[in-house]
Design a protein around this ligand. Structure first.
Ligand code: WT7
Length: 635
């Protein structure tokens, strides 16, 4: 295993230049440092019009050989995963690379014994416990495609995702601890399983001793199955372009998009970016606080760090339990050197008395990371001053589920940082700003603002939307000719540093969670008293954005607190608790264009209490509604 780290800004600039001039040669050199069962024949084939992207075609490999087997000789006894439980009084678990290898191999045989093979889809709905990592790697070991569903999603959200990719198996846990609460995951699954005909087997890990209802013939306990499984499991030979996983993300229609990531490019992309952005040294302890149910956890708790032979921390709990000092207590206890979290967490912790930070020795920290949404100036400084004590570079990493890995970010300690800026593209990434006319704004020394697109493929780009290539084309490649459109707006300063300004489409990032407003509207519209609804985001001090729902009721229905509760409950059940609107306003109509489209721009401004300039409302079908909505707005 070779170290892929660039060591200075000069080296970064040289690598960036090379990646522009000869992208294939650039990535070939990096790809060569991995373990391949057979070398590839063709480095890159691409066409953003089709769209189609293929990296390292003909190459054969297994990602788990790169994350596990290749480390055994030199790093076998090194800790791969440190698991920190929800309850600080429960023991932490230290799992070495060798132990992880053994556990993954055996569980891979459990999958096989239960009829899972290459290409089969397996849904994982699990808490943040090592078994989640083991199950995902076991899938990869045998070439099964994992589809991890964040364990905060509702039954119907699970069912929709399982059905979309026809998963054959579901892996879950009986219960999960979340702060002072216990949540029964199996019950949530059982409800989903009423409408998922493709599921043949459910494997249940017992996180607690509570009795669990099991369905005969379908449900099996993790430990019982392990007892029956063989120890060794050779790695399945995968093509570089074979599916590694599906991960669902919100879209601007109600249906979640199953983003497809493939084996070779994803491995190369996540490992290269992990090493360069974070700049780990040999005995460092890296902690990313994300949940593995999101892309951040896939790429930067599991695949990138393990392929790099790093020690990665997995935390089961929440930042406020047993008190708001928990993150810092863990940093002290585990001597965390690299800490990677989301602005929403930073903002909520910054609101607490500083004592929660000061009670802990944070001198082990070297690098701080931020991801998931724009980090505001205040949060950036609080993080830098109080957590980093001014000594830790802050890497603000911009990327997406679709990009698989970090795209724009400082390299820790190397790239000059600027508060609220994700700064410069990583080598191999070619961002462009597009103006209103759809023209590229040249990157000269003039500051500029526009929509962010990427004009050349990188290895970890999602290849398609599972089962819906047309939608993939429509969403990402139809806005600008021959470019991947990110859905984000961005500002670029005179030195070429990027600051991401936020979504320019109907996706709202709430507490770092990517939510499609259409899915929430669909849920609200299911309520029997609701005619129609519109959901928009507005700035929120802690969550970054919060949701504001405008709801039209049937004429004979009186608005009430009860209704507000019911609407929140329906959103919670169909999409998930994180999607509950913060504010609900009952209205008699919604501002619509003559073609019947809701004018969300106006609704966003009203929700944000920014109504000085509403823009042109004369083209509306019903301009009078705007005054009514404004008069009754909830601020
Ligand atoms: C959207 C993607 C990338 C993993 C977590 C989210 C926003 C992400 C930043 C950042 C400003 C950011 C963008 C992006 N975003 N990182 N550093 N600064 N905005 O993945 O759920 O696919 O969401 O998150 O709007 O498009 P995701």
């Amino acid at each position: 295993m070779e170290n892929l780290q660039l060591r200075s800004f000069a080296e970064y600039k040289k690598a960036y230049k090379k990646s522009l001039k000869d992208p294939e040669g650039f990535w070939e050199e990096i790809a060569n440092t991995f373990t391949w069962q057979q070398k590839w024949d063709k480095t890159l084939e691409w066409d953003f019009e089709k769209p189609e992207v293929k990296w390292f075609q003909g190459g054969k490999l297994n990602i788990t050989e790169n994350c596990l087997d290749r480390h055994l000789e030199k790093l076998g006894n090194k800790t791969a995963i440190i698991w920190e439980p929800n309850d600080p009084d429960e023991e932490s678990r230290y799992i070495s690379y060798r132990q992880l290898f053994v556990k993954v191999s055996r569980f891979a045989n459990v999958l096989k014994n239960n009829g899972i093979g290459k290409g089969d889809r397996v849904c994982l709905y699990m808490p943040m416990i090592p078994e989640l990592a083991i199950a995902m790697l076991a899938c990869a070991r045998i070439g099964a495609v994992h589809s991890i569903v964040f364990a905060g999603f509702s039954s119907s959200a699970i069912a929709r995702r399982i059905n979309d990719s026809e998963c054959k198996m579901l892996i879950t846990a009986n219960e999960v601890y979340r702060g002072a609460k216990k949540v029964n995951l199996k019950e949530i699954c059982d409800k989903a399983l009423e409408e998922t005909p493709s599921i043949e087997t459910v494997i249940v890990y017992r996180r607690t001793v509570e009795p669990t209802a099991m369905k005969d013939g379908r449900d099996k306990f993790w430990f019982d199955e392990l007892q029956k499984a063989e120890k060794d499991c050779p790695a399945e030979v995968m093509d570089a372009e074979d599916l590694l996983f599906i991960l669902y993300t919100s879209g601007s229609t109600g249906k979640p998009k199953g983003m497809v990531h493939t084996t070779g490019g994803y491995l190369v992309g996540t490992t290269y970016t992990f090493q360069n952005v974070f700049q780990l040294e040999k005995d460092d302890v890296y902690w990313c606080t994300a949940d593995i149910g999101w892309i951040t956890g896939h790429s930067y708790i599991i695949y990138g760090p393990l392929a790099s032979g790093a020690t990665t921390v997995m935390f089961e709990g929440i930042p406020s339990y047993p008190d708001y000092g928990r993150f810092w207590e863990i940093c002290e206890k585990l001597k965390v050197t690299h800490f990677y979290t989301a602005p929403t967490a930073i903002r909520s912790l910054a609101k607490q008395p500083l004592k929660f930070v000061e009670d802990h020795d944070l001198s082990s920290l070297k690098v701080l990371g931020s991801v998931g949404e724009p980090i505001n100036e205040e949060a950036w400084h609080w993080y830098n001053d109080n957590i980093g004590k001014g000594n830790c570079p802050v890497v603000d990493t911009w990327w997406q589920t679709e990009t698989g890995g970090i795209m724009i970010s400082p390299l820790a300690g190397i790239t000059p940082t600027r508060p609220t800026f994700a700064t410069l593209p990583l080598p191999g990434v070619q961002p462009v700003l597009m103006d209103e006319q759809g023209e590229e704004i040249p990157n000269t020394n003039e500051p500029a603002e526009g929509r962010l697109a990427i004009k050349f493929p990188w290895p970890s780009i999602a290849r398609t939307i599972y089962g819906d290539h047309e939608r993939y084309k429509e969403v990402y490649y139809s806005t600008f000719k021959n470019k991947y459109f990110t859905g984000d707006g961005a500002y670029r300063d005179a030195s070429g540093n990027y600051r991401i300004t936020g979504r320019v489409d109907d996706i709202v990032i709430v507490s770092g969670h990517n939510l499609g407003t259409a899915a929430i509207e669909n849920a609200i519209d299911e309520h029997e008293s609701v005619v129609e609804s519109a959901v928009v985001g507005y700035p929120h001090e802690v969550k970054g954005n919060a949701l504001y729902a405008y709801v039209i009721l049937y004429n004979d229905i009186e608005p009430s607190e009860e209704l507000i509760k019911e609407i929140k409950a329906i959103v919670s059940e169909t999409v998930g608790p994180i999607a509950k609107p913060e504010k609900i306003q009952f209205v008699s109509g919604l501002p619509k264009t003559r073609s019947g489209k809701i004018m969300r721009r106006i609704l966003r401004k009203i929700a944000s209490n920014d109504t000085a300039d509403l823009g042109d409302t004369s083209t509306l079908l019903n301009p009078e509604i705007v005054d009514e909505i404004m008069a009754e707005a909830k601020h």
